[in-house]
Design a protein around this ligand. Structure first.
Ligand code: TXA
Ligand code: MG
Length: 320
């Protein structure tokens, strides 16, 4: 059965033996395996039910270790100075001598690397002393976990342990930035805003459209439109709400819903990000139990962290 651990050293020891260990980061919980052990990497895809063409992020305790596996340029070094440890993932050319399993990067010539900011994750990664491949610790296509309990709900019995680190403070996944071309491209909006990245390296390429435009699946195979999918359908930009709907509120909540969760009464985007995935999970479970028809989400501003929040909501609402 799956152990719930508090000790990062015990968790690291398990990982070294090839076991899968979910661990808290500041963004969401990751489903970790030793990126240098083929069997562990294969097991990550299996436990998550993830298609093999969708590459994993490698996690490190410090920038030096991350940059041993890739070919960082001056932009990558500058960004690491400012944002690591923190919610930024950089996609860079793989180092020709990297011993990270090719499957971890889905066979691509590139590798996504990140140094997370959670103190317990850093202790775990330092003790593991190997690149730790980790997608979000949810079943493929579902909402990312922000507590150890969320992880156990979906992965109990499929992984050796969860390293508990409490509720995730950021609550949204890292921003994924592709630095393999002359123009940096934001593949996934996340915990570090586009404006903050541009303040360090100048203008970056347009975020790939998720509404209408060409499918972004080639450049970042994981950016499938239907993702973060609750069981109940999701209605966006709700300006009124019905009694058979579960309300995901923001700011002054609409009245009349059958069930309600407010992301942030004060309209604070950081608070809203941290409460988004727990809210979706709770409304989905309770709303289903109460026989409600769908989740209605109030508008959230699109600036700063709001870009990432709206990205996740759009995916949660996408046709399946
Ligand atoms: O905050 C996070 O990033 C969390 C925590 C655990 O670190 N991890 C996470 O991993 O969200 P995952 O696997 O759920 O999402 C990683 C995203 C996917 O969209 C994947 O396609 C993209 O990063 N990605 C990974 N490696 C890539 C690569 N070499 N090229 C392009 N995209 C890549
Ligand atoms: Mg994920």
């Amino acid at each position: 059965m799956t152990l719930l651990l508090d000790d990062p050293y015990a968790a690291a020891a398990l990982l070294r033996t090839g076991e899968l260990v979910a661990f808290a980061t500041e963004t969401v919980y990751g489903l970790g395996g030793d990126a240098r052990q083929a069997a562990a990497v294969v097991a990550i895809f299996a436990a998550k039910g993830r298609p093999h063409f969708n590459p994993l992020i490698c996690h490190f305790a410090e920038a030096g270790a991350a940059f041993d596996e890739v070919l960082p340029d001056s932009r990558a070094r500058a960004l690491a100075q400012v944002f690591w440890p923190g919610p930024l993932t950089m996609v860079l050319p793989r180092h020709p001598r990297s011993r990270v399993e090719l499957l971890a990067g889905a066979g691509l010539e590139t590798l996504a690397v990140r140094v997370p900011a959670h103190p317990r994750a850093l202790e775990f990664l330092r003790a593991a002393a190997t690149p730790v491949a980790a997608p979000s610790a949810n079943r493929s296509g579902r909402v990312s976990p922000t507590t150890a309990r969320h992880v156990l709900e979906e992965l109990s019995g499929r992984i050796a342990a969860v390293l508990d680190g409490g509720p995730c403070q950021v609550g949204l996944e890292s921003s994924v930035l592709d630095l393999t071309g002359p123009m940096a491209v934001l593949l996934r909006p996340g915990g570090v805003s586009r404006a903050a990245i541009e303040a360090v390296i100048g203008p970056i390429g347009a975020a790939l459209p998720i509404n209408g435009g060409p499918t972004p699946t080639l450049r970042s195979p994981g950016l499938m439109l239907s993702h973060y999918a609750p069981n109940l359908p999701v209605r966006l930009e709700a300006r009124e709400v019905a009694a058979d709907e579960a309300l995901l509120g923001f700011g002054a909540a609409l009245q009349g819903a059958g069930l309600a969760w407010n992301l942030s009464e004060g309209g604070d985007l950081a608070e809203a990000a941290a409460r988004l995935f727990s809210g979706l999970r709770w409304l989905d479970a309770e709303g289903t139990r109460l026989g409600l028809r769908r989740i209605a989400a109030q508008p959230v501003p699109k600036e700063g962290l709001g870009a990432a929040i709206n990205d996740r909501l759009t995916r949660a609402a996408a046709p399946r």
